[in-house]
Design a protein around this ligand. Structure first.
Ligand SMILES: C[S@@+](CC[C@H](N)C(=O)[O-])C[C@H]1O[C@@H](n2cnc3c(N)ncnc32)[C@H](O)[C@@H]1O
Length: 348
């Protein structure tokens, strides 16, 4: 690209002149002249410039092509320009550890391999790219189809994520994990610390829908916060990863239906803190879980509540606990429902 060689003290003046002549390229970058540090090299648009260009020496400097801003900038390396230009490409994708998951419509799916390769090129730390065909079954796992795998690596969906500085193994094809509730888990840690201070001893904690353990990981990292711990999940694949992620000496980890735990006498009225995170069914399951809570123990859970059911859900909680039970909207779930957090204390 053509540049004007300008004494450094005149840089500002020349920039203004070029701008007035519409001869300054978009995003123009002024450089120091490598042969004389008192001179500056200012790019200009040859055709547009008239007066200014005649006043200074002109040098031609090869410029590097602009760096790709996203994966779409690489698609033309894999597909004909006509396809690249005539297709509406997905603008969102999700990172899960060293994987990328991307949703595709029917037309985009025909170019899935190229989308995968372009994503790998753009994201050097990504190992494999999968098409995300949505969530399936009671365990809410993803239907994933491999699109591209980095050379020399495998297309395993097992991957390690980092949340709030803690590492956790997960596998979106076989277990549920979402980083969306990570701020809620920070709140759970704060709640547990307050309760620990109030009781003056480590807590007995029960997380019967633990998934791969994202709520428990920050709790066990705190010294003297957790005494006894029960972590369960009905999905055997989640329990396997839970055992790797929660290496707490006093943890009991089991593959069990949470609603059946009340039938074990040794678990009744045992826990200071009970987590209930099965949002589509939390309020329905709650009566089966309450026998696990000690008197004065705290239950903290998440539920998807339709707008039309919100008041009735609060009354339901007040009737199960007392008037201090809370139900708070945390985020929108759909046009007519929200993900809400409830918190209540079991009265003696
Ligand atoms: C929304 S996920 C929450 C997982 C985890 N607490 C988290 O925050 O990532 C709900 C979990 O409940 C498990 N689950 C579903 N039904 C269950 C049941 N009846 N008893 C125990 N776990 C169940 C699912 O396998 C899933 O891992």
């Amino acid at each position: 690209m053509l540049h004007l060689r300008v004494p450094s003290q005149e840089t500002q003046r020349v920039l203004l002149l070029l701008k007035a002549e519409s001869a300054l390229p978009e995003g123009a970058r002024v450089r120091v002249d490598p042969s004389d540090s008192n001179l500056r090299l200012i790019p200009f648009i040859e055709d547009a410039s008239t007066v200014t260009a005649t006043q200074y020496p002109v040098v031609d400097i090869p410029t590097e092509p602009p760096a790709a801003r996203n994966y779409r900038d690489h698609l033309s390396d894999f597909l004909p320009t006509s396809v690249v230009e005539s297709t509406e490409w997905p603008t969102r994708h999700e990172f899960v550890g060293d994987l990328i998951l991307i949703k595709l419509d029917e037309n985009q799916r025909t170019h899935g391999g190229s989308i995968g390769e372009a994503l790998l090129r753009q994201h050097a730390r990504t190992r494999a790219v999968f098409e995300d065909r949505g969530v399936t079954g009671t365990f809410r796992v993803r239907d994933l189809k491999p699109l591209a795998v980095r050379e020399g690596h495998d297309d395993s969906t097992r991957t390690r994520i980092v949340e709030a500085g803690h590492q956790l193994w997960t596998d979106p094809a076989t277990v549920y994990y979402s980083s969306r509730l990570s701020h809620e888990r920070e709140g759970t840690l704060a709640c547990a610390k307050n309760l620990r201070q109030e009781l003056g001893r480590p807590l007995a904690i029960c997380d019967p829908y633990a998934g791969v353990g994202p709520s428990l990981r920050p709790l066990i990292a705190e010294s003297d916060l957790v005494g006894e711990l029960f972590a369960g999940d009905l999905n055997p694949a989640a329990v396997k990863l839970l055992r790797e992620n929660i290496p707490h000496t006093s943890a009991t980890i089991e593959c069990v239906d949470a609603r059946n735990l009340k039938n074990r006498p040794e678990m009744r009225e045992k826990y200071d803190l009970l987590l209930v995170n099965i949002p589509h069914d939390s309020l329905e399951h709650l009566p089966d879980l309450l026998p696990l809570l000690q008197s004065n123990g705290i239950v903290r859970g998440w539920a998807i509540v339709e707008d039309t059911d919100f008041e009735a859900s609060i009354h339901h909680l007040h009737s199960m606990f007392d008037q201090t039970a809370t139900l708070e909207i945390r985020r929108s779930y759909s046009a007519s429902a929200n993900l809400c957090r409830f918190e209540a204390r079991k009265t003696p």
